[in-house]
Design a protein around this ligand. Structure first.
Ligand code: SAM
Ligand code: SF4
Ligand code: SF4
Length: 341
């Protein structure tokens, strides 16, 4: 199939980034994402047959690259609990014209997986770690995992050549917001990049409230009290994190102000759920099912039509409008662990 003309959505945004959630399962139970009291032993996650196979994911990715996708991020749930996920990375890495394959992980299984991921062609890694305070971290991940287990994962990934690693920290008022500087300093010293993320109202289960959000402005002013930093220009249009440079060193930190300074205008991200639905927004309420047509024998041309129409009809700008039209924002949103960060 030849490359198609670039498709733009209703707000003239092209599709550039694909986030692939490979599982809805996770070994952690972060309260802001998958609260343990809801996702207990009896919770029914997707069964194996419902998940897209690696061949199906690769086929969809291939078609999306033909209509403009340049970067892929593998996420979840926890991507490393999907068996043989490195095999998927390898399959995707063979797709022509794809600039980047990244992964976001909680890092716990990295000691076992880092080398295989590197050899499979993963280009970049983001590890989520909200705090270095062991007691707070054990509480936040809902499974009593210590900070050391994640630090070991980061170390293992660094050893096999992932560098710099991005470290994601979701900041919640009264939970970990007094530990940010310690986290930033630790990873600045190691040459990695901490990115502080404003706590978001994703999904419907985390009892989100604006009162729990620490704004980017507050985060920056806290960091500046100890670490001299200054803003950097964006590397490319639509860059999600606002980057800051360490003035007395070579380090960098980032802030993702999805709540107080939304970036919908430049949002080029499309998300594929583990069971094969396309979501055009992190706060989407309904996806476009690709699994049924694929399993019914749809041709590449038919799938491209379906994907292109989905993108063409897109007019999402949830973060931009959440405060303007709160009444419109009451529909049941897809959960973050289901479609990835
Ligand atoms: N399990 C992997 C992990 O935690 O890195 C990948 C999936 S997780 C849903 C992707 C990212 O979303 C993580 O960095 C996580 O901290 C972030 N996240 C989850 N819930 C969030 C929320 N309510 N607000 C902001 N970020 C959130
Ligand atoms: Fe799991 Fe990641 Fe969600 Fe935490 S944020 S529960 S590690 S999917
Ligand atoms: Fe993109 Fe939706 Fe987030 Fe806006 S709210 S930046 S459209 S994912």
């Amino acid at each position: 199939m030849n490359a198609k003309k670039e498709i733009k959505d209703q707000l003239k945004r092209p599709v550039r980034d694909l986030r692939i959630s490979v599982t809805d399962r996770c070994n952690f139970r972060c309260a802001y994402c998958m609260p343990a009291e809801i996702y207990g032993e009896r919770y029914e996650f997707l069964d194996q047959d419902s998940l897209l196979t690696f061949e199906e994911i690769t086929r969809i990715t291939n078609l999306l690259v033909k209509i403009g996708v340049k970067k892929v991020r593998i996420t979840g749930g926890e991507p490393l609990v999907r068996r043989d996920v490195d095999v998927l990375v390898k399959m995707i890495s063979k797709i022509d014209n794809l600039a980047d394959i990244a992964m976001t992980t909680n890092g716990y299984l990295l000691p076992k997986m880092a080398l295989a991921l590197k050899e499979a062609g993963l280009t970049r890694l983001t590890v989520s770690l909200d705090t270095l305070d062991d007691a707070i971290f054990r509480e936040m991940n809902g499974r009593n995992f210590g900070v050391k287990s994640v630090l070991k994962g980061i170390e293992a990934a660094s050893k096999v050549g992932f560098h710099p690693i991005k470290i994601n920290s979701v900041v919640q008022k009264g939970v970990n917001d007094h530990t940010l500087t310690e986290l930033a300093e630790h990873f600045l010293n190691k040459g990695h990049i901490v990115r502080f993320i404003e706590y978001m109202d994703v999904g419907t289960l985390n009892n989100w409230n604006m009162k729990h959000v620490v704004s980017a402005k507050e985060i920056i002013s806290q960091i500046k009290q100890t670490i001299p930093i200054e803003p950097l220009d964006p590397l490319y249009e639509g860059e999600v994190a606002k980057r800051y440079r360490q003035i007395n060193g070579t380090g960098e930190i980032g802030i993702i102000a999805s709540v107080t300074n939304p970036f919908c205008g430049a949002c080029t991200r499309l998300r594929l759920s583990p069971e094969g639905s396309l979501y055009t927004c992190l706060f989407g309420t309904k996806g476009t099912d690709l699994r049924t047509p694929i399993r019914n024998g749809a041709s590449d041309q038919e799938l491209v039509e379906l994907i292109s129409t989905t993108w063409y009809n897109r007019n999402d700008q949830y973060s931009q409008t959440r405060n303007i039209n709160p009444a419109e924002n009451t529909n049941k949103k897809v959960e973050m662990y289901h479609i990835g960060g």
